[in-house]
Design a binder for this molecule. Structure first.
Ligand SMILES: Cc1cc2nc3c(=O)[nH]c(=O)nc-3n(C[C@H](O)[C@H](O)[C@H](O)COP(=O)(O)OP(=O)(O)OC[C@H]3O[C@@H](n4cnc5c(N)ncnc54)[C@H](O)[C@@H]3O)c2cc1C
Length: 329
C-alpha cells in the first residue's frame, strides 16, 4: 500500500514538472517567455502583482525602441504579456516564498506563499526586479509620477528648463543629478549628512556647483512634498540644522538606493552580493545549477526596460542550451 502511494506521489510530481518556472512577470521574464514558449518549452510565470512589472505602473515610456512616439507603460506591458501568451506562456498569480532543490531528482521546488500548491521545474528564472527605497514622507506617494520620480533616464526629459530637487548623497544620486542638468535649469541636491559619492563623481559635481547649476544642501532632509492646488508639485519642506525652509521646485527625484526583491531567497542558497542583488555568471546562471536570474534583480543590471528584456532573452537561450545538455545526459 505504501509503495503504491509513493508511486502516485512520484507520478504527480512528474505531471507537475515544468521545463521552466519564471518568478515575476516583468519585461525580463516576459521577453524570456516569448523565446522559451516559441520553442515549445513548457513555461509558467508566477507573478504576485500585475503582468508587466514596473512598466505597468509607469506613466509613459519614451525610450523603448520600436515606439517612435513613445508608449504608455500600461500599453507596453500589455503588449509584452499578450505576445508571451500568444505562444503559450501560462500565468499563475501568487507570491513565491522560497526555492529548494530536490536532493533526489535535482529538480527545483518553487514554494508559494498563502499555502498555494508548490510548483516543480527543471529550471527557474528569477526576474523579480527591485524596488526603489522611499523617503516615506507626506506627498511622496500622492504625487508619484506627477512630480515625484525615481528614474532620471525615464522622466528627466519632462523637466526641460525647470527647477528640480534631487535627494541622496551616494553615487547614483550624484550621477543622476549631473545627468538631470541636461534638462533642468537648476538642481538643489539634498544630502542627509555628507556626500558619499566617489571622489571622481564629487570632482565632476564640483564643476556644476561652480557654474551655479547645482546647489548642494548638506545635513538636509526633506520633510514633505507640497503641491499647488493639491495637483502640481511646487515645493519641498526641508529641515537643515536648526531651521525648516520651503524650497521651490517643479519636481523631486529620489535616489536613496534600491532594494532588490530577493527576500524570498533567504534560505535558498542563491548567492547574493553585498546589496542583496543576485550574482550570476556570464550565462545568467546563479551558483545553483538550473537556477538563472535576469533583469533588475541581477547584480550589475542597468535597470532599463530594454536591457531587462535583453537579459531575459539571453537567459532564455542559455536555459534552452542547459535543458538540451541535461536531456543528453
Ligand atoms: C517610475 C518608473 C519609471 C520607469 N520608466 C522607465 C522608462 O521610461 N524606461 C526604461 O527603460 N525603464 C524605466 N523604468 C525601469 C524599468 O521599469 C525596469 O528596469 C524594468 O521594469 C525591470 O524589469 P524586470 O522584469 O527586471 O523587473 P520588474 O519590472 O520589477 O518586474 C518584476 C516583477 O516580479 C514580481 N515579483 C517580485 N517578487 C515576487 C515574488 N516573490 N513572487 C512573485 N512575483 C514577484 C513583481 O511584482 C514584478 O511584477 C522605470 C522604473 C520606474 C520605477
Amino acid at each position: 500500500m505504501k509503495v503504491i502511494k509513493m508511486q502516485e506521489t512520484d507520478q504527480k510530481s512528474q505531471d507537475n514538472l515544468h521545463d521552466i518556472v519564471m518568478i515575476g512577470a516583468g519585461p525580463s521574464a516576459l521577453a524570456a517567455a516569448i523565446y522559451t514558449t516559441r520553442e515549445d518549452l513548457d513555461t509558467v510565470l508566477v507573478e504576485k502583482a500585475i503582468a508587466g512589472g514596473m512598466v505597468a505602473t509607469t506613466d509613459w515610456v519614451d525610450n523603448y525602441p520600436g515606439f517612435a512616439k513613445g508608449i504608455s507603460g500600461l500599453d507596453l506591458a500589455e503588449q509584452f504579456r499578450a505576445q508571451a501568451e500568444r505562444f503559450g506562456a501560462k500565468f499563475e498569480f501568487g507570491e513565491v516564498s522560497g526555492l529548494e532543490i530536490d536532493q533526489g531528482d535535482k529538480n527545483i521546488i518553487i514554494r508559494l506563499a498563502d499555502n498555494g500548491e508548490d510548483l516543480r521545474a527543471k529550471t527557474v528564472l528569477i526576474a523579480t526586479g527591485s524596488s526603489h527605497k522611499k523617503l516615506n514622507i507626506p506627498g511622496e506617494d500622492k504625487y508619484y509620477g506627477r512630480g515625484v520620480h525615481y528614474c532620471a533616464t525615464c522622466d528627466g526629459a519632462f523637466y526641460r528648463d525647470k527647477k528640480l530637487v534631487v535627494v541622496g548623497g551616494g553615487n547614483s544620486a550624484v550621477q543622476e543629478a549631473i545627468f538631470l542638468t541636461r534638462f533642468a535649469s537648476h538642481i538643489d541636491l539634498l544630502v542627509r549628512s555628507q556626500l558619499r559619492a566617489s571622489e571622481v563623481l564629487q570632482h565632476e559635481l564640483d564643476k556644476f556647483v561652480k557654474s551655479g547649476k547645482i546647489t548642494i544642501h548638506l545635513n538636509t532632509s526633506p520633510d514633505e512634498i507640497l503641491a499647488k492646488d493639491e495637483d502640481v508639485v511646487n515645493a519641498v519642506k526641508i529641515t537643515t540644522p536648526g531651521k525648516t525652509e520651503i524650497l521651490e521646485t517643479d519636481g523631486v527625484f529620489v535616489f536613496i538606493g534600491l532594494l532588490p526583491n530577493t527576500n524570498f531567497l533567504q534560505n535558498s542558497g542563491v548567492k547574493l552580493d553585498d546589496q542583496n542583488f543576485i550574482v550570476t555568471d556570464n550565462n545568467f546562471m546563479t551558483n545553483l545549477t538550473g537556477v538563472f536570474a535576469s533583469g533588475d534583480v541581477r547584480s550589475g543590471a542597468t535597470m532599463q526596460i530594454v536591457s531587462s528584456a535583453g537579459e531575459g532573452a539571453t537567459a532564455s537561450l542559455r536555459i534552452r542550451q542547459y535543458l538540451e545538455e541535461k536531456a543528453r545526459g
